[in-house]
Write a new protein. Structure first.
Length: 155
């Protein structure tokens, strides 16, 4: 039996500027596991950097309120629980890139996420999440296959 305590997992700043703790990763423990599981935090008023992964990703919101931005894929649908998803048709919405805000493309979808919501992020989709609440945004992140630095591109 393997049990990991969250506070025993090293906290670090991920490439997209998320505060992360890797809970389970097949490269870091003797596990027969395809995916990686991480605990993520975004401080109040902050937005992760616009980025993409070659792999699929799932966020499950534990605390706080966030605005998720995911690139629209014509052949694939994004899923955000029962949350209303709408197309961003203007260049007013922003994602942070290396500390600077810049307009996102109009092919982005956005959704408000709250505790209990789950969002699926397709492989290669540009994405970011903004903390729009009055407390830290905390979520679980599952990456399948397991996250690798070379699979992530910060835009």
């Amino acid at each position: 039996m393997l049990i990991r305590k969250l506070m025993d997992c090293e906290e670090f700043i991920a490439g997209d500027n998320t505060i992360l703790r890797e809970i389970l990763h097949p490269d870091k423990a003797p596990l027969d596991l395809r995916y990686s599981l991480a605990h993520a935090k975004v401080p109040i008023g902050k937005t992760t950097y616009l980025h993409s992964l070659k792999t699929s990703e799932i966020y499950y919101i534990l605390e706080g309120k966030g605005k998720m931005f995911i690139e629209r894929h014509p052949a694939k649908r994004s899923f955000a629980s029962d949350v209303d998803i709408k197309k961003v048709g203007t260049m007013q919405s922003m994602c942070s890139v290396n500390g600077n805000d810049l307009p996102r493309e109009s092919n982005m979808e956005e959704a408000i996420l709250e505790p209990g919501d789950t969002v699926y992020i397709p492989p290669n989709a540009k994405q970011c999440i903004e903390n729009i609440g009055d407390q830290e945004l905390v979520f679980i992140c599952i990456v399948d296959p397991a996250w690798k630095q070379e699979d992530e591109v910060v835009l």
